[in-house]
Ligand binder design. Structure first.
Ligand SMILES: C[S@@+](CC[C@H](N)C(=O)[O-])C[C@H]1O[C@@H](n2cnc3c(N)ncnc32)[C@H](O)[C@@H]1O
Length: 391
């Protein structure tokens, strides 16, 4: 971890220099029209519904952890940091939408692969009008609905902060529109957080997912999300020279042949400190962009978390503190750090020393090096629905 990946009390941190030399996926994407061929060569060995049911079962079984247990977890700050990134992304795009629609117009959102409703408060704070929540894991959907009831419980019945509907569906196989209470709904925003990569199992699934994104999205509306950066994963695999790598909080294990990765169906197993242990698929980003064009979705932003953080910290500083999305590190001794190994905070120590010599009062906000290794795997993306074909 770089000494710059910390947020100082006094000033904004610099932009990171672009990392160079990442290797791309071996097989290049040529023709998306050629779906059948891609399906044969590209989907994972055990296709059909295996992965979807494994994923649904995995997320259904995930227990909601209590506050104390969460606080003592090695990934407490990482989870909050990811949540901060989502908050910044969601609030940015809700602002853009509000700026572009008439004051008082309804603001409707699809939270695709919503999980247990981790973003419900963001939607409430964003003053949206209507929310559709859908996920493949039925237990998660029920927990999401219960959480919605709880957060809107005190609203006057005739003035709910926002209305919502919930249903279980596989966004890579089912046509969501047919399940909406109003199939003619016009959405302003589709959000798919930490989940779009599941559709890269096959071209057909990716197409269905994007059809679901685009079908009810208004022209001018946005599609936002967060995914692992496939280029970075491959770069790390090449550097590790093994198909299994990570640290003591995350592990990636390639299931597909890492020397012959297809565009779709490049499968690996992702493990995260007992929270996630699931098959995932690399998202070949150029193919994602190309396929999205077919659904009138134009790429407007794609930023790795490590670049997004310095870009947003100016506006997001107070929120990052409120959300406890970084850990306080000081030169004057630290009693309750998540990790006891000093090496985990070397970057923060170097940063503070660089900034002002050995001033014991100085503190900064940071993640442990191990947590940063995970956070820096991810990227945000944003597309806008446009009218007509995209060049
Ligand atoms: C890492 S969780 C993210 C949950 C939520 N978006 C968030 O950010 O808190 C990934 C979610 O994607 C859902 N998911 C995976 N594959 C899916 C599919 N094919 N259709 C719908 N949901 C899916 C999982 O059930 C899980 O809830």
């Amino acid at each position: 971890m770089d000494t710059q990946n910390v947020v100082s009390d006094e000033e904004l941190i610099d932009e990171y220099s672009e990392q160079s030399g990442s290797q791309g996926i071996k097989r290049k994407y040529d023709d998306l029209e050629n779906n059948e061929e891609e399906e044969e060569g590209g989907s994972s060995q055990n296709s059909n519904y295996d992965n979807s049911s494994v994923v649904a079962k995995h997320y259904n079984q995930l227990q909601e952890k209590g506050l104390a247990e969460r606080f003592n977890s090695k990934i407490f700050y990482l989870r909050n940091f990811n949540n901060w990134v989502k908050s910044m992304l969601i609030s940015d795009y809700l602002e853009k939408i509000k700026d572009s629609i008439r004051f008082g117009s309804p603001l409707r959102v699809l939270d695709m692969c919503c999980g247990k409703g981790g973003d419900l408060l963001k939607w409430q704070k964003g003053n949206i009008t209507y929310l559709i929540c859908t996920d493949i894991a039925s237990i998660s959907i029920e927990q999401c609905r219960a959480r919605y009831e709880k957060i809107t419980n005190n609203d006057p019945p005739d003035r709910k902060s926002f209305h919502a509907e919930f249903f279980t569906a596989d966004s890579t196989r089912d046509r969501l529109r047919e399940r909406y209470s109003d199939p003619s709904i016009e959405l302003n925003l589709v959000s798919c957080q930490f989940a779009f990569h599941y559709c890269f199992e096959s071209p057909k699934q990716a197409e269905m997912m994007l059809k679901n994104v685009s079908e009810c999205l208004r022209v001018g509306g946005y599609f936002i999300g967060t995914i692992p950066d496939a280029k970075d994963i491959i770069k790390r695999q090449r550097a590790a020279q093994t198909d299994s790598f990570g640290n003591d909080i995350f592990q990636i294990k390639f299931i597909s042949d890492s020397n012959d990765l297809p565009i779709f169906g490049s499968k690996y197993n992702f493990g995260l400190d007992g929270v996630v242990d699931c098959p995932e698929f690399l998202v070949h980003f150029p193919s994602f962009v190309k396929l999205a064009k077919k659904f009138s979705l134009k790429l407007i932003e794609a930023v790795r978390f490590e670049d997004y953080f310095p870009k947003k910290i100016g506006r997001g500083r107070s929120l990052i503190e409120k959300m406890q999305a970084v850990e306080r590190y000081g030169l004057n001794g630290n009693r309750n750090l998540t990790r006891s190994n000093e090496e985990e905070y070397k970057h923060a120590k170097d940063f503070l020393l660089q900034k002002g010599g050995y001033d014991n009062r100085k503190k900064c906000g940071t993640l442990s090096a191990s947590e940063w290794e995970v956070a820096s795997l991810y990227m945000i993306f944003a597309f806008q629905k446009v009218k007509g074909p995209i060049e």
